[in-house]
Design a protein around this ligand. Sequence first.
Ligand code: ZN
Length: 203
Amino acid sequence: MGNQLTEEPSAQQNLLNAVIFAAKKHQGQKRKGKNQDPYIFHPLNVAKVIMEIGHVYDQDIVLAAVLHDTLEDTTTTKKELIQNFGQKVTDIVDEVTDDKSLDKDQRKRLQVVHAPSLSNEARVVKLGDKLVNGRDILNSPPAGWTKSRMQEYIQWAFDVIAQIRGANAHLEAAFDTLVNEAEEQLDFTIQPFDTIDQRKWAP
Ligand code: ZN
C-alpha cells in the first residue's frame, strides 16, 4: 500500500535488506562474551541504541549501524556496499572501519587519532558501538578478560568518545552512565582525556 507506484524501496525494505545482508555476512561469527551470542546481535544492538537512546532515525545512519562491521570483519567489499546501499552509507561504514592488517594496539591508537576527523554520522555510529561494547563487557565479559583488561577497554573507549562529543547528547549521557557503572563495578577511576599522553594508545 502507498508505495506501489514508485521503484524506490521503502525505508523499511532498505532496513530489512541491510539486516539480512549483515546477518549473511556475519553468519557463523560469535561475540566474544561468555554468552557466545551470534555476532549479528552486536550491529543490531548498535542500530537499536542509536534509535531508542539517540533518537536518530536517519536512514543512512541506521543502515550504516547495521552494516558497520561488515568491511572490518567479513569479506564484504566497498563496491558491494555501494551497489546495495549507496555511497553515503558506504562512506559512513568505511569511516568506522579499522585496518585489520595492523596490530591491536596500533588500531586502538589510530581510533584515537582519527576520532576528531569523523563525520557527524560516523560519530553517532561510533557512540552506539562503544556504548554497546562497553555494556557487553560489563554484562557478559569475554572469557579470560581480567579486571584490568576491562578497565583498559573502558578507558580507551572513553578517550575515543571524549573527542567526538557534541554529536548526540543522549548517547553521550548513556555512555557516561556506563562509565560510572564501570568505575563502580571494576573498582577504578577513569582518567581525564588530557592525561592521554600517559596511555599506551597516546596519539
Ligand atoms: Zn562494532
